[in-house]
Write a protein that binds this ligand. Structure first.
Ligand SMILES: *[C@@H]1O[C@H](CO)[C@@H](O)[C@H](O)[C@H]1NC(C)=O
Ligand SMILES: *[C@@H]1O[C@H](CO)[C@@H](O)[C@H](O)[C@H]1NC(C)=O
Ligand SMILES: *[C@@H]1O[C@H](CO)[C@@H](O)[C@H](O)[C@H]1NC(C)=O
Ligand SMILES: *[C@@H]1O[C@H](CO)[C@@H](O)[C@H](O)[C@H]1NC(C)=O
Ligand SMILES: *[C@@H]1O[C@H](CO)[C@@H](O)[C@H](O)[C@H]1NC(C)=O
Ligand SMILES: *[C@@H]1O[C@H](CO)[C@@H](O)[C@H](O)[C@H]1NC(C)=O
Ligand SMILES: *[C@@H]1O[C@H](CO)[C@@H](O)[C@H](O)[C@H]1NC(C)=O
Ligand SMILES: *[C@@H]1O[C@H](CO)[C@@H](O)[C@H](O)[C@H]1NC(C)=O
Ligand SMILES: *[C@@H]1O[C@H](CO)[C@@H](O)[C@H](O)[C@H]1NC(C)=O
Length: 829
C-alpha cells in the first residue's frame, strides 16, 4: 500500500506521462483509407480518404463502375456520396507492413445509380482466412461494418463476391493497424470455471460499442478512429440510471489502461444508479443488446470511478444474462487506489441460441459501502465461428478456392496432377464419343457460340452437316473447300507445318500465288467450334501489324478451316530451342518481344473493351520473313476482364507453365493474366529453354520459378542462353530481368500493364545499343553455368514426355482449355 504522499507523486508523474501520451498518440503503420468511386480525395476531420479512381492499384475488378450519388439525399458523411459497383468477384489487396491486428472498416450507403439499385445488391466479403459478410444486403440508410482481424501474412486481400445475378458495392474502406495490446489472448469465460484463451487468432466484428453516459464519441475523438454510441436506447428502465460526466477525473495511470483502449469521453462519463428512485438502490440497472445467435461474443466492460470522493466507496455486482460474473467489484483494488484510473474486463460468452445479451449492474452492500454501481462503456464483439466465419456457415475458401499463397511449384504440381487425370477422362470421352456417333449417325445439333457483340455471325445454332450456309458478312473471305484442297495439295502430310490441339496447320499456296497457312480443325471437337468462331470474330475485328492476319475461313461440310497470312519464320519458340534454327541475337530477341508486346497492347487497349488473349506463349508468337513478331491464336480470347462463371475446374484456360497463378487460384481473368504469361515468355526468350521441363531437377522444372529465384538474387546472367553470354550489356540485362520479374508478380495489381512492359523493353533495347564503346558493361560470364548445360535441348513439354503421345497424339501444343473442355462435356453427359 502506498501512503498518501506517494500516491500524490504517482498521480502527478503519471499525469505528466499521460500528457506525453496525448501528444504522441497511436500512429498506425498500415493506414489505408479509401474513398471508393470518388474522383477526389476526401477529408473527414484530419483523416484523408484517398480516391480509388486516381489510386486504383489496390483494386482488381472486372469493370470500373463509379457511382456518384446525384440525388439530393442527406448523407451524414461525404464518404457516402460515391460508391464502387463491383460487378463480378473483385479484390482489394493491400500490402501489410506490420502483421497483427488491423481494423477493416466497410462503409455502405445504398443509392440508385443508373441500372444499379444498391438496395438490391447482395454479396459476400471475405479475407484470405475469414468470412466477414455472406449474402449481405442493406436496404436503408448508412452502415459501417467494423472488424478487427489479426493479419498474419504480408498482404490482406478482401474479396467481394456478388450473390447469383447480383452485384456488390462499397462506399469507403479502411484497413488500419491496431495496437498489439488492444486484444489480449485471454478472458474470463462466462459459465465456466476455466479462462478463455485464444483471442489473438480470433477475427472480431464490432457489434455494439456503447458509451454509457449519453455522450456519442466520433472517430475524431478516438485515437483508434472508433465510434461510440450512447446507451440510452439499450437501457431497459431508463428511470433507474443517471448519467454522470466528470471527464477531468480520468487518469490514465502510466502502465495501466491507455486511451487507446477507450478515450476520456468514454471513461469520463458513466451511468450510475438513480438513488432518488430508491434510496436503498435495491435494483439493477440493465441494458439489452440484440445479437445474432449461435456465435460466441467477446464482451468488454469499461469502468472508471469518476463518481466517488474517496477510494473504496464503490462496490457493486456485474451480471451477464442474469449470471453474476463479478461479485463485489471494487475498482480501487484494481487501480492501486487511484481514483479515476480506467479499468477494462473481458468476458467470453459461449454459444447460445439467444438473440440478446443482457448486462446489469447492481449494488453490493456487503462491505458497508453506499449502494451504487456504475458502467462507463461496453463493447460487444462477435467472434468467428469454427469455419472462420462471422456471418453464416461458410468458410473463406468458398470465395477463394485456394486461399493460401501457394508457390508456383505447388500450383504447377496440382495442374500436372489434374492434367493426368484429365488425360484419362479425355480417352474415356473419345471412346464414348465414337460409340455415340455410331448410335446417332452424323446429324447432330451443334450449338454455335452466342454472338458477343451482336454484329457478327448471328445464328444461334445450325445443323452441322453442311446444309446451312448463310453466315453474316464481315468475317473475312469464305473459301470453298475445294480451293483449300487445291492450295494445300489436298492436305498432304508433307505440307504440315504445325500441329496443335485444334488440328494441323498446313502450308498453302492460293491460286494467285499467295502463300498462306491453313489451320484445319478437327471436325469432331465442339469446343473447337466455339474457338473457331471466336478466332474468326476476333481476327476480323482486330487488325494490327503485330497480330497475325486472318485471310479467310471455310466452314463447308463440318470443316473448320482458318486461312492466315503465311509466317515465313514460324514460331518464336522454334527459334529459341528444340530446332536447328540459328540462334537469335539479343537485339533480335528484344525486337521480337517488343513486337509481341505491341500486339498485346493493341488487344488490351485498342477497343472499348479490353481483349484478353489468354494463351500468350512463345508458340503463339509468329515471325514473318523479316523476323517481325505477330501474335497468333485467338481461339481462347475473351473480352474482359471478367470472371469465368463456369465450373471452377473448367474455368482455367491457357497453357501449362504460362498460367497466371492468381487466375488459377481465383478464376479471375484480367489483362494482367496476359502480362504474367508474357513475363514467362520473356524468361523463355533469355534462357532459351522450355517453360516446363520435367527432365530437369525439381527446382528447375518450372522456368518461371527457376528464373525468378535467380532474378531476385540478381543472378539472372547465370542461367541465360549460352549463346547470349557475353553479348548482353549489363544495363539491358538488368532492365529486361526486372521487367520480366514485375510481370510475374504474385498479384495482378502489382504487375505492370503491357504498355509499361513495352516501354521497358524498348528501354532495354536502347540500353543495349547505347554507347557501344563502354565495354565494361557487357556481361562477362567466362564460363557457362553447369545448370545451363543440363538443359535438354530437345523440347520436353510435359505432355509429350509423360503421355507417350501414341494414343492421344502430340498434345504438346494443346491448351488446357481444350482438355478441360472435354471434361466439361463428359461431365455433362
Ligand atoms: C458527383 O457528381 C457531381 C455532379 O454531377 C460532381 O460535381 C461531383 O464532382 C461528382 N463527385 C465525384 C466525387 O465524382
Ligand atoms: C490523394 O492523396 C494521395 C495520397 O495522399 C495523393 O498521392 C494523391 O495525389 C491525392 N489525389 C488527389 C486527386 O488529390
Ligand atoms: C496474431 O496471431 C499470432 C498467431 O497466429 C500471434 O502470435 C500474434 O501475437 C497475434 N498478434 C496480435 C497482435 O494479436
Ligand atoms: C430499389 O430497391 C428497393 C428495394 O428493393 C426498392 O424499394 C426501391 O423502390 C428501388 N428503387 C428504385 C429507384 O428502383
Ligand atoms: C427504411 O427507412 C424507412 C424510413 O426511414 C423506414 O420506415 C423503413 O422501416 C426502413 N426499412 C428498412 C428495411 O430498414
Ligand atoms: C472531441 O474533440 C473536440 C476537439 O478536440 C472537442 O472540442 C470535443 O468536445 C470532443 N468531443 C467529445 C465528445 O469528446
Ligand atoms: C430518478 O428517479 C426519479 C424517481 O423515480 C425520477 O423522477 C427521475 O427522473 C430519475 N432520474 C433519471 C435521470 O431518470
Ligand atoms: C439483479 O439481477 C440478478 C440477475 O438477474 C438478480 O439475481 C438479482 O436479484 C437482481 N438484483 C436486484 C436487486 O433486483
Ligand atoms: C476462429 O478462427 C480461428 C482461426 O481460423 C480459429 O483458430 C478459431 O478456433 C476460430 N474460433 C472459433 C470460436 O471457432
Amino acid at each position: 500500500m502506498m501512503n498518501v504522499g506517494e500516491v500524490k507523486l504517482f498521480i502527478w508523474v503519471s499525469s505528466l506521462l499521460s500528457l506525453a501520451c496525448i501528444s504522441v498518440g497511436f500512429t498506425p503503420v498500415d493506414n489505408y483509407l479509401i474513398d471508393c468511386g470518388s474522383s477526389t480525395n476526401t477529408s473527414v476531420g484530419n483523416r484523408v480518404y484517398v480516391s480509388d479512381i486516381s489510386n486504383p492499384r489496390f483494386l482488381s475488378t472486372s469493370r470500373n463502375i463509379f457511382a456518384n450519388n446525384t440525388a439530393s439525399s442527406t448523407t451524414s458523411s461525404p464518404l457516402y456520396q460515391t460508391a464502387r459497383i463491383l460487378d463480378g468477384s473483385s479484390k482489394y489487396s493491400f500490402p501489410i507492413q506490420k502483421q497483427g491486428r488491423h481494423w477493416i472498416r466497410l462503409y455502405f450507403f445504398p443509392f440508385v445509380y443508373q441500372s444499379y439499385n444498391m438496395s438490391m445488391a447482395s454479396f459476400s466479403v471475405s479475407t484470405q482466412d475469414f468470412v466477414l459478410l455472406s449474402n449481405f444486403q442493406i436496404q436503408n440508410g448508412s452502415l459501417m461494418k467494423e472488424y478487427s482481424v489479426n493479419i498474419t501474412s504480408d498482404r490482406l486481400t478482401l474479396t467481394f463476391t456478388p450473390s447469383d445475378n447480383s452485384f456488390a458495392f462499397l462506399n469507403a474502406l479502411e484497413v488500419v493497424s491496431v495496437p498489439d495490446d488492444l486484444i489480449v489472448d485471454d478472458a474470463v469465460q462466462v459459465k465456466s470455471s476455466t479462462g478463455y484463451q485464444g483471442l489473438l487468432t480470433q477475427a472480431l466484428e464490432t457489434v455494439w460499442r456503447v458509451n454509457m453516459g449519453d455522450l456519442a464519441v466520433s472517430p475524431l475523438n478516438d485515437t483508434l478512429g472508433r465510434t461510440w454510441i450512447p446507451d440510452q436506447d439499450f437501457l431497459l428502465n431508463k428511470n433507474l440510471a443517471v448519467a454522470v460526466s466528470n471527464i477531468p477525473a480520468v487518469n490514465y495511470v502510466n502502465g495501466g489502461t491507455s486511451r487507446d483502449i477507450a478515450p476520456t469521453a468514454v471513461y469520463g462519463t458513466c451511468k450510475a444508479m438513480n438513488s432518488s428512485a430508491d434510496p436503498n438502490s435495491n435494483f439493477n440497472v440493465t441494458w439489452k443488446f440484440n445479437v445474432e445467435p449461435d456465435f460466441q461474443y467477446l464482451i468488454r466492460f469499461h469502468f472508471c470511478d469518476i463518481v466517488s470522493k474517496a477510494a473504496h466507496q464503490l462496490v457493486f455486482n456485474v451480471f451477464i444474462n442474469s449470471l453474476l460474473i463479478v461479485q463485489a467489484l471494487e475498482l480501487s483494488d484494481k487501480t492501486f487506489n487511484v481514483l479515476g484510473a480506467p479499468v477494462f474486463m473481458d468476458f467470453v460468452l459461449g454459444l447460445s441460441s439467444d438473440s440478446k445479451i443482457v448486462v446489469s449492474i447492481g449494488p453490493n452492500t456487503v462491505g458497508g459501502a453506499p449502494p451504487n454501481g456504475i458502467l462507463n462503456g461496453l463493447e460487444i464483439m462477435k467472434m468467428n465461428n469454427s469455419m472462420g466465419s462471422l456471418d453464416g456457415d461458410v468458410s473463406a475458401t468458398t470465395f477463394t478456392p485456394s486461399s493460401s499463397h501457394k508457390k508456383m511449384g505447388l500450383v504447377v504440381g496440382a495442374a500436372l496432377g489434374v492434367f493426368f487425370a484429365l488425360a484419362v477422362v479425355v480417352l474415356f470421352f473419345l471412346c464414348r464419343r465414337r460409340r455415340l456417333a455410331q448410335h446417332h449417325g452424323s446429324k447432330t445439333w451443334i450449338p454455335l457460340p452466342i454472338n458477343r457483340r451482336g454484329n457478327s455471325h448471328s445464328m444461334g445454332s445450325k445443323f452441322s452437316n453442311g446444309t446451312a450456309t448463310s453466315i453474316a458478312p464481315n468475317l473475312g473471305y469464305r473459301f470453298p473447300f475445294g480451293a483449300l484442297q487445291e492450295a494445300t495439295n489436298n492436305f498432304v502430310e508433307s505440307w504440315v507445318i504445325g500441329v496443335g490441339g485444334f488440328g494441323k496447320v498446313y502450308k498453302g499456296v492460293l491460286g494467285d500465288g499467295t502463300k498462306v497457312a491453313v489451320k484445319r480443325g478437327n471436325p469432331h471437337s465442339q469446343q473447337g467450334l466455339a474457338e473457331f468462331w471466336t478466332e474468326i470474330e476476333m481476327l476480323s475485328q482486330f487488325r494490327h501489324r503485330h497480330l497475325v492476319a486472318l485471310i479467310g475461313y471455310c466452314d463447308e461440310r463440318k470443316e473448320m478451316i482458318l486461312v492466315y497470312e503465311y509466317m515465313e519464320n514460324g514460331t518464336l519458340k522454334g527459334h529459341l530451342y528444340g530446332s536447328n534454327l540459328p540462334s537469335l541475337s539479343w537485339k533480335q530477341r528484344l525486337e521480337i518481344c517488343i513486337g509481341a508486346a505491341k500486339g498485346l497492347h493493341y488487344l488490351h487497349t485498342g477497343s472499348v473493351k479490353a481483349i484478353i488473349h489468354r494463351d500468350v506463349k512463345s508458340a503463339n508468337i509468329l515471325l514473318d520473313e523479316n523476323l517481325m513478331a505477330k501474335v497468333a491464336d485467338f481461339g481462347l480470347s475473351k473480352t474482359g476482364p471478367e470472371i469465368d462463371k463456369t465450373h471452377v475446374s473448367t474455368a482455367v484456360k491457357g497453357s501449362f507453365g504460362y498460367l497466371d497463378p492468381e487466375y488459377f487460384r481465383r478464376q479471375q481473368l484480367t489483362e494482367k493474366s496476359d502480362v504474367y504469361s508474357f513475363g514467362v515468355v520473356l524468361f523463355e526468350v533469355i534462357c532459351a529453354r522450355p517453360v516446363i521441363d520435367p527432365s530437369l531437377p525439381r527446382e528447375m522444372v518450372n522456368l518461371a520459378e527457376w528464373a525468378m529465384i535467380h532474378q531476385r538474387r540478381g543472378q539472372l546472367e547465370q542461367i541465360i542462353d549460352p549463346n547470349l553470354v557475353g553479348k548482353i550489356r549489363s544495363a539491358s540485362l538488368r532492365k529486361f530481368g526486372e521487367t520480366a520479374e514485375k510481370c510475374l508478380a504474385e498479384y495482378g495489381v502489382d504487375r505492370p500493364t503491357i504498355g509499361d512492359v513495352l516501354w521497358n523493353l524498348e528501354y532495354a533495347l536502347q540500353l543495349q545499343e547505347a554507347n557501344e564503346t563502354d565495354e565494361d558493361s557487357i556481361n562477362q560470364i567466362g564460363e557457362v553455368s553447369p545448370l545451363v548445360i543440363n538443359v535438354n535441348p530437345v523440347e520436353n513439354s510435359v505432355t509429350t514426355e509423360r503421355l507417350g503421345g501414341s494414343t492421344l497424339g502430340d498434345l504438346s501444343g494443346v491448351s488446357m482449355s481444350r482438355v478441360f473442355s472435354q471434361l466439361v462435356k463428359s461431365e455433362g453427359r
